[in-house]
Design a protein around this ligand. Structure first.
Ligand SMILES: Cc1cc2nc3c(=O)[nH]c(=O)nc-3n(C[C@H](O)[C@H](O)[C@H](O)COP(=O)(O)OP(=O)(O)OC[C@H]3O[C@@H](n4cnc5c(N)ncnc54)[C@H](O)[C@@H]3O)c2cc1C
Length: 398
C-alpha cells in the first residue's frame, strides 16, 4: 500500500516565533494548520533574542520616522493586548521580565537626540526621567548622563515559546529531512514524510536562516536571503539588580543593549548586544569579552559585579536580501518563484511577529484561501513532537 495522502489548509516549516505565532493566529481563526520543526521549538534566533518588544524608537533615532517605523510602533500595544488575553493570540502564559525599558547615555545625549526626544512626534512614547525614577543600576551620584523610559517591554522568551507551543501542541510535529523531502509537483509544494504525503493548500516557510535551503530544495532561488551576523556577550555575576536598557553612544545605534536573565540555578546573567555584538561579530571570543569588560567598567564603574564568568554567542540573523546589508524595518513575506502555493516569511524582529501574521492573513485572503473542512491528520503523530529550546544562559555556562 502507498503512503497516505493528507490534506491541510496550511503547512508551516520552522517553529521559531514566526512559525509559532502564525500557527496560533491561523488556528484561532479556524484554519487547519500544522507546523514542522527539525530541532527544538524556538531554536536559533528566537531563543537567542533579548526579548525586547520595541516600538522602533531606536530606529527613529537614526533619521526619519518612516512608514515602516509606524508599523513597528504599534507592536508594544498589540503584544500587551495579547498578554492580557485580548488579542489574536493568547499570551497569558508568557512571563513579562520588565514593563520598563530604558535608554540612557553615560555622559549627556547629544542635543540633536535630546530635542528629538522632546519632539511632539514622540510624545507618549518616550519619558524623560527624574533622578528619583532612575532604574537601580543608574542610581549612583557618579552617573552624570540622562535616562529615558520607552514604551517597550521585555518578555521571558522561553515562556513565550512555551505559551505559543502549548496551545496547539497537537498540530506541532518533528521533521527529519533524512527521511522527508519537499518536492514540487505541477507547481505545488508537497511534503513527503514517512507518515504520508502532505498536500497543503499553502506552504509557509518560517525557518529563519533555514529558509534558504528550503527554497533551494524546491528548485527556486527567490526570495533571496541575507545573514547579518552578531556575537552577543553573556556575563554571569553576583549583582542582583536587573537592567533592561540601551546605552546610546556617539552613533544612532545603541552602543550597548543590556537584558537581564537568571540561569537555571538562579544566578543573574546580563546578556549584552548592541554595537558591541554587531561590530564584534567576527572577533575572537576572548577579544570581545575583554571589550565587554571595558564597556561595563567605563559605563557602569560604580557597580560591583562580584565574581564574573563570561561567554559569547555568535549567530546570524536572517532577512530578505537588501542592498548594503541594511536592516529591514518591517516583517517580510514573499512568493517562491515557480511554486504557486509557497510563501517565505522573515519577521526580521521578534517584535514584528504580529505584523508578520497579519501580512500572512492578507496574503491568504488575496489567494482566496479560507478555513477549509477539518481533515484527519492523525497519521502525522508517528513523526513525534519536538522539544523546547534552552536559552544560552543555561546552556553556555558549565
Ligand atoms: C542575539 C539576537 C537578539 C535579538 N533580540 C531581539 C529583541 O530583543 N527584540 C526583537 O524584536 N528581535 C530580536 N532579535 C531578532 C529576532 O530574534 C528574530 O527576528 C526572530 O526571532 C526570527 O524568528 P524566526 O521564527 O523567523 O526564526 P528563528 O527564530 O531562527 O526560528 C527558525 C526555526 O526554524 C527551524 N528550522 C530551520 N530550518 C528548518 C528546516 N529545514 N525544517 C524545519 N525547521 C527548521 C529552526 O530550528 C528554528 O526553530 C534578536 C536576534 C538575535 C540573533
Amino acid at each position: 500500500m502507498g503512503s497516505p495522502v493528507l490534506h491541510t489548509d496550511i503547512a508551516i516549516i520552522g517553529g521559531g516565533i514566526a512559525g509559532l505565532w502564525t500557527l496560533n493566529q491561523l488556528r484561532n481563526q479556524g484554519f487547519n494548520a500544522v507546523l514542522f520543526e527539525q530541532q527544538a521549538l524556538g531554536s536559533a534566533q528566537t531563543i537567542a533574542s533579548q526579548g525586547m518588544i520595541h516600538g522602533g524608537i531606536k530606529y527613529a533615532l537614526s533619521g526619519a520616522w518612516s512608514g515602516s517605523s509606524e508599523a513597528i510602533s504599534a507592536m508594544p500595544g498589540i503584544w500587551r493586548s495579547c498578554l492580557r488575553g485580548e488579542g489574536k493570540v493568547d499570551l497569558r502564559a508568557c512571563k513579562v521580565l520588565s514593563e520598563n525599558f530604558y535608554l540612557w547615555s553615560h555622559t549627556g545625549l547629544t542635543s540633536r537626540v535630546s530635542s528629538f526626544f522632546a519632539s511632539k512626534m514622540l510624545r507618549g512614547r518616550v519619558h524623560k526621567l527624574k533622578r528619583a525614577d532612575y532604574p537601580e543600576p543608574l542610581r549612583s551620584p557618579q552617573f552624570k548622563g540622562q535616562a529615558y523610559r520607552l514604551v517597550d517591554l521585555v518578555l521571558d522568551v522561553p515562556s513565550l515559546v512555551q505559551a505559543l507551543a502549548g496551545q496547539h501542541s497537537d498540530a506541532v510535529f518533528s521533521i527529519d529531512w533524512a527521511t522527508s523531502s519537499l518536492q514540487v509537483e505541477d507547481g505545488q509544494a508537497v511534503l513527503h514524510t514517512p507518515a504520508g504525503e502532505l498536500r497543503p493548500r499553502q506552504l509557509l516557510l518560517t525557518a529563519g536562516t533555514g529558509n534558504e535551503r528550503l527554497i533551494q530544495a524546491m528548485g527556486a532561488d527567490q526570495p533571496a536571503m541575507q545573514r547579518r551576523p552578531l556575537q552577543q556577550v553573556l556575563v554571569k555575576h553576583d549583582y542582583q539588580e536587573p537592567f533592561y536598557s540601551h546605552c546610546m553612544g556617539g552613533s544612532a545605534a545603541p552602543r550597548l543593549t543590556i537584558s537581564s536573565h537568571r540561569s537555571a540555578s538562579g544566578q543573574p546573567v546580563w546578556y549584552l548586544g548592541g554595537d558591541l555584538a554587531t561590530e564584534g561579530a567576527d572577533a575572537p571570543p576572548q577579544e570581545l569579552i575583554t571589550k565587554a569588560r571595558q564597556e561595563l567598567d567605563e559605563l557602569l564603574p560604580w557597580i560591583d559585579f562580584g565574581e564574573c564568568q563570561w561567554q559569547t554567542l555568535r549567530l546570524d540573523r536572517a532577512e530578505p536580501r537588501q542592498s548594503a546589508l541594511l536592516r529591514p524595518d518591517s516583517a517580510f513575506i514573499g512568493e517562491v518563484n515557480n511554486v504557486d502555493n509557497a510563501l517565505v516569511a522573515w519577521p526580521t524582529k521578534l517584535s514584528l511577529a504580529p505584523n508578520l501574521a497579519d501580512e500572512i492573513d492578507a496574503a491568504l485572503a488575496q489567494r482566496g484561501i479560507a478555513p477549509g473542512p477539518c481533515t484527519d491528520l492523525s497519521e502525522l503523530q508517528e513523526l513525534g513532537r519536538p522539544g523546547m529550546a534552552q536559552p544560552c544562559w543555561d546552556t553556555l555556562f558549565s
